[in-house]
Write a protein that binds this ligand. Structure first.
Ligand code: T4K
Length: 404
């Protein structure tokens, strides 16, 4: 592609898309085919496909060692991990949670028969703060579910202190945070339990998968019991169980993905650095930089759009980029407090001004296996061009809208 030099060159106005193969948001790394084949031949030879096979057990051990926690329990996906965690903690009544997250975080609470109570987030970090949570603690509150959004730790020390003072359980949705650190230690041992997603779009991929981590032996026994119906895997008495078992195929994929992590982290860093360099010239976009002094996985490349400076609203910018094959996303829109089954039900809490603003302004750029350094340079220049002509592009988009 040659760079865009005129507004008419933009695909949204009839020009040729910049990227023939669209660039998605998501890690989507694949292992080497021969490694994959070798691993699957092993599964076929053993004829052992699921129900706590050797690969799942190996993955449990390797993740626990990698994260430096006593227990890692792998399950079907990140959503099921959250559901199991909430049951294992034996919560009752209400759980305080952000609305600015993926639906799974909140719907897991509903699936566990609990009431999610939405808490507004901090405008700089996009996450819960102990200060905001404190205002919502009431007689029915039994737990707090924080989200380590974009791989940054969610106020762990202050939330832990608040939960101890109020006799609440604390769990974290760590879907985005595999391999990220807090105070120099890998996330995984914070709160009572943490839940990771091993989805194909995540840093550590089982294609679908989830993992619960904890340092609490009793809780780990409950988690392992709840995740299946097997007598041999029954460690403690629990009332309700579920089939949340990970298959050998998923575990094999995740083991290969774990082997790839150093190379993947390096590649992500390289692409992010390119975006970061371009971001210094982007007027109206704020790029969320790495948390100071911590290791970050670059699971997502997150931007905030200031429409007054950029000349375009976030959604207009997304339209322009997507037509070029840059499949930027607006995680998370709309806020879950504005969606069924929670919308218009005041018991969930629905006055969340910061969340509402973030839902209108936050977006993610492609970053992962399908984005090369060269692609990132091109996306950087494309964004630079679009922002340079933001006001004019907006006018053209509006004229086009009025005509159609
Ligand atoms: N908590 C949080 C905070 C989460 O973000 C998530 C999941 C969860 C909990 C629950 O964990 P899981 O139960 O999912 O393990 C994607 C992921 O499916 C989801 O895991 C993730 N968060 C969420 C933020 O993103 P979608 O619906 O946006 O994905 P989709 O299909 O639009 O894919 C993203 C891009 O990747 C598209 O451009 C298509 C491309 N893609 C996707 C897949 C799956 C591919 O090219 N190949 C693929 O195989 O949810």
């Amino acid at each position: 592609m040659t760079d865009k030099t005129r507004i008419d060159d933009l695909a949204v106005f009839g020009g040729t898309p910049a990227f023939e193969s669209p660039l998605p948001v998501g890690q989507l790394y694949l292992p080497d085919w021969t490694d994959f084949e070798r691993l699957f031949r092993g599964i076929f030879a053993r004829r052992y496909f699921t129900n706590h096979g050797p690969l799942v057990r190996e993955l449990d051990e390797r993740i626990a060692a990698y994260l430096g926690v006593r227990h890692a329990t792998n399950v079907t996906n990140g959503t099921v991990a959250l559901m199991i965690a909430l049951r294992a903690l034996d919560l009752r009544g209400e759980v305080i949670v952000p609305s600015f997250t993926f639906p799974a975080t909140v719907q897991a609470i509903s699936w566990a028969g609990l009431t999610p109570v939405f808490c507004d987030v901090d405008p700089a970090t996009h996450m819960l703060t102990a200060e905001n949570v404190r205002k919502l603690i009431g007689p029915r509150t039994s737990g707090v579910l924080g989200v380590h959004l974009w791989g940054r730790a969610c106020d762990p020390d202050a939330l832990q202190k608040l939960c101890l003072e109020n006799n609440l359980r604390l769990l974290f949705d760590a879907a985005h945070a595999f391999s990220c650190t807090w105070n120099g230690h890998r996330i995984g041992g914070l709160g009572d339990v943490e839940c990771f997603s091993l989805h194909a779009t995540k840093l550590l991929s089982a294609m679908e998968g989830g993992c619960l981590t904890t340092n609490d032996d009793g809780l780990a026994a409950r988690i392992r019991t709840i995740r299946n119906f097997h007598v041999s895997e029954s460690f403690v008495q629990v009332s309700l169980r579920i089939n949340g078992k990970m298959t050998e195929a998923q575990a094999g994929m995740a083991l290969l993905s774990l082997d790839m992590l150093p190379a993947v982290l390096e590649r992500n860093q390289c692409v992010f650095d390119i975006y970061s360099r371009h971001a210094q010239t982007w007027c109206g976009l704020r790029l969320l930089e790495a948390p100071l002094g911590e290791t970050w996985n670059h699971q997502y490349c997150v931007l905030e759009v200031d429409a007054r400076l950029a000349g375009l609203e976030r959604d207009e910018l997304l339209e322009v980029l997507r037509s070029e094959g840059v499949l930027a996303r607006r995680y998370f829109y709309p806020g879950l407090h504005r969606l069924p089954p929670y919308f218009a039900r005041p018991e969930h809490g629905n006055v969340l001004p910061v969340t509402d603003e973030l839902c209108k302004t936050v977006m993610q750029l492609p970053l992962g296996a399908r984005v090369s350094a060269r692609d990132a340079e091109r996306v950087g220049r494309l964004l630079g061009f679009v922002l340079e002509h933001g006001t004019e592009i907006r006018k053209r988009l509006q004229q086009r809208g009025a005509q159609s």
